[in-house]
Design a binder for this molecule. Structure first.
Ligand code: FAD
Length: 388
């Protein structure tokens, strides 16, 4: 499956090629063995970090590549297209790296960005709560002042990759009893902080990353744990959420490209009557349709990434939502069709496609569900009244 390179610079094209070459050296067999064993893909992560791919979006003065989310999404998409989708890229360099680079203190930038950029350190991100779900305005993890310190208490759920992260960037709310409106504040909480506990949630996902539920029981943090301004938390949060959506699109679209190319190769050679099954329009047309839908979603993702990198947070917000939606839908359909194309082999471990059914579904649910994006577009793009 060839990628459309027309909209990219020479540097971006060579980045795409180089990342693809790296990922193919590891390949789907390596990735799937790790995923089945529930182990992180340390070797690939470390090499991608050393080559500058994981931190391509982070500022050069702190060890990053000085490029943007456009480049980071290229990295993630190509890793996925070669059968090695790295979910933690969405979290560590894209959300946490972006928020710290944009709003962190000089000390926080020096402490975290070089490690996030070269992959030697990782940071997870925790906003989702059991009782708030899609309604992030309802999060109840509270950060209260105690002298100079902050004390954080609450529960989180579905937080990815804590077991291999050095710290988690948690979203809490400062007490704001007067209005009751969300006043989020972001805190870096090292994994070994007393009162911070986490347990793995058994998931039907074949992936190197696990999801965790988290208990924050009067977690005492020094003042420097707060990232950015406690009064501008919402703006800071959104700065991280647009890259998250764009990167989730890259994550699922990479997998969709991998699934489609596997299916296409299979359909060219598998012959059960006189012609290869790919000659039958019942097989060829759905694959062609999926290919078009994936390409359209890629275009939307590129648009969102370009707007974000150009500093248009508002425009990027709408485009990132649309891209995440389009990518989730196109990827789920592409993987479903790829599995079907392989017949029984679609469900074997050898071809590794069945695991992508649940993996691409993540893109329909997280970080914001399909319905919440439809709500957003209905209200903000179309100006329709709010129903909830
Ligand atoms: C694999 C995986 C990894 C994740 N990693 C992280 C992570 O690292 N950090 C993190 O913070 N979170 C993470 N999440 C959480 C994810 O962001 C949430 O699952 C997601 O936001 C949806 O929340 P929920 O699961 O509580 O669903 P709910 O909010 O309970 O929604 C359930 C269903 O109801 C629908 N619904 C809800 N409200 C409305 C409405 N007003 N109108 C129409 N439909 C509605 C939703 O669309 C959805 O289909 C992860 C989730 C998964 C599955």
């Amino acid at each position: 499956m060839s990628a459309n390179h027309l909209l990219e610079s020479t540097e971006q094209k060579s980045l795409r090629r180089a990342v693809g070459d790296l990922a193919r050296r590891y390949g789907p067999a390596y990735f799937q063995a790790k995923a089945r064993a529930g182990q992180p893909v340390e070797e690939l992560w470390a090499e991608a970090g050393k080559l500058g791919y994981l931190g391509v979006n982070l500022p050069a003065e702190y060890g990053g590549g000085g490029a943007g989310i456009t480049e980071l999404s290229i990295v993630l998409e190509e890793l996925g297209a070669a059968g090695c989708p790295l979910l933690m890229m969405i979290v560590s360099p894209a959300i946490c790296g972006t928020v710290i680079a944009r709003f962190g203190t000089e000390e926080q930038k020096r402490q975290w960005l070089p490690g996030l950029a070269d992959g030697s350190r990782r940071m997870a991100f925790g906003i989702t709560e059991p009782d708030a779900g899609s309604n992030s305005h309802r999060i109840s993890t509270v950060a209260r002042r105690d002298g100079e310190d902050w004390v954080l208490s609450g529960r989180k759920v579905f937080i990815s990759g804590i077991d291999h992260a050095d710290a988690v960037l948690f979203v809490g709310r400062t007490e704001d009893a007067r209005t009751g409106r969300l006043k989020p504040a972001l805190f870096v909480v090292p994994r070994d902080t007393p009162g911070f506990e986490y347990t793995a949630i058994p998931m039907e996902l074949t992936a190197p990353e696990k999801q965790f539920q988290v208990f924050l029981d009067d977690v005492r943090l020094p003042p420097e744990a707060l990232v950015g301004d406690e009064d501008a938390g919402l703006l800071q949060l959104f700065a991280g959420l647009n890259p998250e959506r764009i990167m989730t699109a890259a994550f699922t679209l990479g997998m969709a490209r991998y699934a489609l190319s596997t299916a296409v190769e299979y359909a060219k050679t598998r012959t059960v009557w006189d012609a290869p099954i790919g000659a039958h329009q019942g097989i060829a047309h759905p694959l062609a349709q999926c290919s078009i839908e994936v390409e359209l979603a890629r275009l939307m993702m590129q648009k969102a990434a370009h707007l974000y990198d150009a500093g248009d947070d508002l425009g990027a917000g709408e485009a990132a939502n649309m891209a995440k939606y389009a990518a989730g839908e196109a990827s789920c359909r592409a993987v479903d069709q790829a599995v079907h194309t392989l017949g029984g082999n679609g469900l074997t471990q050898e071809y590794g496609l069945a695991a992508l059914i649940t993996a691409t579904r993540v893109g329909r649910i997280a970080p914001v569900s399909r319905e919440m994006i439809l709500n957003y577009v209905a209200q903000h793009t179309l100006g329709l009244p709010r129903s909830y």
